[in-house]
Design a protein around this ligand. Structure first.
Ligand SMILES: Cc1cc2nc3c(=O)[nH]c(=O)nc-3n(C[C@H](O)[C@H](O)[C@H](O)COP(=O)(O)O)c2cc1C
Length: 170
């Protein structure tokens, strides 16, 4: 898919078909995520890839109050932040957000769907990810991306807002 078209048509997907996500596609998502820019080229990220049905169901219970979208998801990727690897201290969340957006756009370009599930700064969700996926104490769960083939097609939204643009100064 052409880059601008991918950006302008991506939507969050919360309903998935039963079709599994191919290992080759999971690898492409990780490649896209890890090609993101990062402060000082620190790349302070780790990725936990989950395809096991039991663990996906436990993520539903422990991270998102039993949210059905995890029960439908065929895979999930948890992005984690390793503060010890930050290129510049304190920039890791911005780095992980860049990786996260690359992952979401790559999923859309490959015909997959995903949605950003907030984890960092949501203590019960951080604890749930640690418990279900064994994330070590030195690393912070950042955001979780349930994945699958879309069973819904939200239409593209055009959100450009001229009122938010300040030309030549505020
Ligand atoms: C930082 C961040 C946190 C989000 N957390 C959640 C979440 O916990 N659960 C959820 O269903 N969607 C979450 N979303 C998805 C947003 O709700 C969604 O991106 C927004 O409504 C715009 O819709 P779109 O992604 O379809 O364009 C999150 C998005 C971002 C960027």
């Amino acid at each position: 898919m052409e880059t601008m078209q991918t950006i302008m048509t991506r939507r969050s997907i919360r309903m998935f078909k039963e079709t599994p996500v191919a290992e080759a596609d999971l690898k492409k998502l990780l490649e896209a995520a890890m090609n993101a820019p990062s402060a000082g080229d620190g790349r302070p990220w780790h990725f936990v890839v989950v395809t096991d049905r039991g663990r996906l169901d436990r993520l539903a219970d422990e991270v998102d109050s039993g949210n059905a979208l995890f029960r439908q998801a065929r895979a999930a990727i948890l992005i984690c932040l390793d503060p010890a690897r930050e290129g510049f201290a304190g920039f890791g969340e911005q780095d992980c957000a860049c990786a996260a957006q690359n992952l979401q756009l790559a999923a859309h370009a490959l015909g997959l769907g995903t949605v950003w599930i907030a984890v960092i700064r949501v203590p019960p969700r951080e604890a749930g990810c640690r418990q279900v996926l064994g994330v070590p104490d030195t690393v912070r769960p950042f955001a979780l991306f349930p994945l699958g083939h879309p069973a819904e097609r939200p239409p593209p939204e055009y959100r450009y807002d001229e009122a938010r643009v300040h030309r030549g100064g505020w």
